[in-house]
Design a protein around this ligand. Structure first.
Ligand code: ADP
Length: 294
């Protein structure tokens, strides 16, 4: 997508509110890695910034929700997040302007700090599971209607809506929906009781970075108060997790026994997100995970 003069002017105005003196944009360098939006390094006379854009008629309020999520994470002072400079809509484009995070080396202490910081993040609690606002996971709307019980929340706000969507899209058979029904009856006993914990909510390995000081940085969150094993599980979704991360986490906040077994249970949610967005082999992955429980 080409960036209009109006958008450039809005970005400059936005930056002027945060930076003393004038700012001149020298380049927009496209970045790869994102799955939904266009991303750029905005090079300016005052350094680099990170910009995401999308067509305004797609995914309404996605960047407002992302900015809100980043600010909630930032307020916990646990794991670094990019500072939010602003978001808005210019012509037909929505945009989000963030602090630019450079790259660093993922040392053992990076993983340890990450684990420790994640445990600190998860120590932020709330009376109920959910959030006062909805947001997005990938490009799917994430409904956060609050519930007192984790199992009720996980069923009604996470699994059920995505199983229904997958059925409507004819991505899964009726048999799978029946198996989910059988799982719902067991969930309350399968999860250990935990206080609602503030989660990143979409913590696959593409959603954290390592800054030049080898400190972890959380990006692209889908925050809500949930069972903390959801974040831990999602780190395992597409590969293994460095043991130093788990060590750093458990030194700060021990995990309940058999948490490893429950990663597949937790990951039914992100797998259902993938079934709805991409279909294909993710359907078999859900089948396999379900098979362990029903
Ligand atoms: P999308 O919303 O499309 O999934 P992401 O938020 O994942 O996009 O960002 C796309 C890529 O841009 C990331 O994989 C990461 O490499 C890079 N990125 C994200 N945020 C920043 C940032 N604040 N500074 C520098 N690079 C970033």
């Amino acid at each position: 997508m080409s960036l209009s003069e109006d958008l450039k002017q809005d970005l400059i105005q936005n930056l002027r509110e945060h930076i003393n003196g004038s700012v001149v944009i020298t380049d927009f360098a496209p970045l790869s890695g994102g799955s939904i939006n266009d991303a750029y390094e905005v090079k300016t006379s005052a350094g680099s910034f990170f910009l995401k854009t999308n067509a305004a008629d797609r995914h309404p309020s996605m960047f407002a929700a992302e900015a809100d999520g980043l600010e909630r994470l930032n307020a916990t002072k646990s794991v670094r997040t990019p500072m939010v400079f602003g978001h808005g809509e210019t012509d037909d484009t929505t945009w989000l302007l963030l602090e630019f995070i450079g790259d660093g080396e993922r040392t053992p202490s990076f993983w340890h700090h990450f684990g420790k910081g994640l445990a600190q993040l998860h120590s932020n609690s709330h009376a109920q599971f959910g959030l006062e606002r909805n947001n997005y996971i990938g490009s799917l709307e994430q409904i956060n209607t609050q519930e007192k019980e984790w199992s009720t929340f996980f069923i009604q706000q996470r699994l059920e809506p995505l199983v229904k969507l997958a059925r409507d899209k004819k991505r899964v058979e009726a048999g799978m929906a029946f198996r989910f029904e059988r799982l719902y009856g067991k969930l309350n006993d399968l999860f250990p009781k935990e206080a609602p914990a503030l989660l990143h909510g979409d913590l696959w390995h593409g959603n954290f970075m390592c800054d030049p000081e080898s400190k972890p940085v959380l990006i692209d969150p889908a925050v809500y108060y949930g069972h903390r094993e959801m974040d831990i599980a999602m780190l395992h979704l597409f590969g293994s997790v460095d043991p130093d991360l788990i060590e750093g986490y458990t030194a700060e906040k021990p995990l309940e026994k058999e948490w490893e077994k429950r990663t597949e249970l937790c990951n039914l949610y992100p797998l259902l997100v993938h079934v709805n967005l991409f279909g294909g082999h993710y359907v078999q992955e859900v089948e396999k995970a379900l098979g362990r429980w029903v």
